[in-house]
Write a protein that binds this ligand. Structure first.
Ligand code: SAM
Length: 282
């Protein structure tokens, strides 16, 4: 499907990026679009309401959150098809990037509504560019799982990627996440970009091992973690399938499953509970 967004009789949804801290980062184009639409769909009407108040714009707001994204998006699509001009903005940065919005975009496109973006801040790109680890290629992961076993598996799958890796994290999970990054990636160079665009913006550029020694009390606020990619010289990491096969081989040679799990855990340094789950779910 080809769509000429601004030379078309088709309706158009505006996806508007909003500040990630510094309110001065609202462009004239953002102001123009927000002033021109009839309705602003947003993640949280309180957050967007405050921003609009600062900008001196008064509009009807309707919320689209993760749990009601499909049903609310369908309602919005009906309104757009009936001629209402709509913009969508999440709480901060770009919609769809670790934020709701992707389902709204999909439903709009299915209904032949064009979609455009109004450019603005994004935490991942701000962090990457100033991290000192920006090469030709990067991989954006967003949030890792809060569950340790799932988080470690996600990281094992990224272990051999050569691109610079970008993660989002919340302050209450930063210590555990740094530990998991070190456990899987070893002592790679990294950068924590904290409180981007705000008064206390800080870049912490050091190795993952050094980061583990930082006082967690000093790692508050919003943050992005940028980690250098694999240099191709590290030991290959053992994936879940390899682990299952190792346990199977020991069991076939006469070992009990319990002893096989213990042995494989000792050999690979992978958590026994994780291996237990893998073996019993497969
Ligand atoms: N849609 C946003 C974007 O385009 O960047 C991301 C939203 S996501 C729900 C929130 C996460 O983005 C935070 O937990 C943090 O990892 C990162 N983030 C957002 N604002 C930030 C800031 N000012 N400084 C550092 N990280 C930020």
């Amino acid at each position: 499907m080809r769509s000429l967004n601004f030379d078309s009789t088709k309706p158009l949804l505006y996806l508007v990026s909003t500040p990630i801290g510094n309110m001065q980062e609202v462009s004239p184009r953002t102001l123009e679009v927000l002033s021109s639409v009839d309705l602003i769909a947003c993640e949280d009407t309180r957050v967007t309401g405050k921003l609009l108040q600062i900008l001196g714009i008064s509009k009807n707001l309707v919320s689209i959150r993760e749990h009601n994204e499909v049903s609310s998006s369908q309602e919005i699509v009906k309104k757009i098809l009936a001629g209402t001009k709509v913009a969508y903005m999440s709480d901060a940065g770009y919609p769809c990037i670790s934020d709701p919005g992707a389902k709204l975009v999909k439903i709009c496109l299915e209904n032949e509504i064009n979609v455009t973006t109004i450019s603005g801040p994004n935490a991942a790109l701000n962090a990457l560019c100033a991290s000192g680890l920006c090469g030709d290629h990067f991989y954006f992961h967003g949030f890792l799982s809060a569950k340790e076993s799932e988080r470690l598996e996600e990281l094992r799958n990224l272990h051999s990627r050569k691109e610079t890796l970008i993660f989002y994290e919340a302050p209450h999970r930063i210590s555990k996440t740094l530990q998991s990054l070190f456990d899987i990636f070893g002592n790679r160079k990294a950068c924590i970009a904290r409180e981007l665009t705000k008064k206390h913006e800080e870049f912490i550029r050091m190795s993952l091992e050094e980061m583990l020694k930082l006082d967690p009390e000093t790692l508050k606020g919003e943050m992005v973690i940028v980690v250098e990619g694999s240099n191709g010289e590290e030991q290959p990491i053992i994936g879940d399938n390899d682990i299952i096969n190792m346990v199977k081989t020991f069991v076939e040679s006469g070992m009990s499953t319990k002893d096989a799990i213990k042995k494989v855990s000792e050999m690979t340094q992978v958590n026994k509970n994780h291996i237990y789950k893998l073996v019993h779910l497969n």
